[in-house]
Design a protein around this ligand. Structure first.
Ligand SMILES: O=C(O)CCC(=O)C(=O)O
Length: 266
């Protein structure tokens, strides 16, 4: 199977071509085995604290779990987000997803908002939620709770047929992402996707960071946690959307993120 694999770090012209063509790419082996283990243990704690019944997504784990917090501005991934968005964006949300052992297929969807869906805005659907999904369990073959995406579908003028969606059916152009634990999938909100079935005996965890333009409302929090904001780094505070109000909200004076380098590296 073709695989849109890119290297960690700077967003190259080739990465851009891949992202524009397919709507997603994969960065293999971003996390070491130890880092994956720490993130897995952190994921188990946040779901235990939240009392997730079966399949479930818990936001704000980064506030209490340093291993998850560290993924928010990971050096392998943040330059890609910067390359795609430029120097001004926020973390709209950070969702930690658990798919239980022997979990079933999820429903096909595009990301957006039930309150005012992105497909009401324009076609092609604009990029408003750029997702970096840190796979925390092995997904090297289908049936391991993989993500399945339809390449290029962010540009499709027609939806995936309702008959397929209702039956949670297959499409021959579905691409089941196979990658090691610690790899990262980055994708456009408009790419049609679903959670693939999970035939293993352990729960599957994925940490999703969603990056948005600065004027998009955060979706995992009503306000930032003051203790987290006080102790985290300037970059993470800025990614939480913490800024001094300029002359007009999001007009002139909105500061760029505090990147270390003026170029697109970091
Ligand atoms: O299975 C997952 O981790 C992701 C679920 C999903 O498709 C989503 O949150 O939009």
């Amino acid at each position: 199977m073709l695989n849109p694999v890119v290297s960690a770090g700077a967003y190259t012209d080739h990465d851009k071509f891949i992202f524009e063509s397919w709507g997603y790419f994969i960065i293999p082996d971003v996390l070491s085995k130890d880092e994956v283990q720490q993130c897995l243990e952190a994921s188990e704690r946040v779901h235990k604290a939240a009392g997730t019944p079966a399949f479930g997504q818990v936001g704000r784990g980064y506030e209490t779990e340093p291993a998850l917090e560290g993924l928010m501005d990971h050096a392998a991934v943040l330059p890609k987000i910067r390359g795609i968005y430029g120097d001004k964006f926020i973390v709209q949300s950070g969702w930690n997803t658990r798919q239980p052992a022997r979990g079933v297929m999820g429903g096909w969807h595009q990301d957006g908002s039930g309150a005012y869906n992105f497909n009401q805005l324009s076609h092609p659907i604009p990029l408003l939620q750029l997702r970096a999904s840190y796979l925390l369990t092995d997904q090297t073959k289908p049936g391991m709770g993989n993500m399945e995406l339809v390449p290029g579908s962010h540009r499709s003028a027609v939806p995936l047929p309702a008959s397929i969606r209702e039956q949670k059916g297959d499409t021959p152009i579905g691409h089941v992402i196979c990658a090691t634990a610690g790899s990262v999938l980055v994708f456009h909100n408009a790419v049609w996707h679903r959670t693939y079935e999970h035939n293993e005996d352990y729960d599957r965890y994925t940490m999703h960071y969603i990056y948005s333009p600065p004027w998009v409302k955060p979706s995992d929090r009503m306000e930032n946690n003051s203790e987290f904001m006080a102790r985290t780094t300037p970059m993470r505070r800025a990614l939480m959307g913490d800024y001094t109000r300029p002359d007009a909200p999001f007009g002139g004076g909105y500061a760029a993120l505090p990147f270390h380098s003026p170029d697109k590296e970091g």
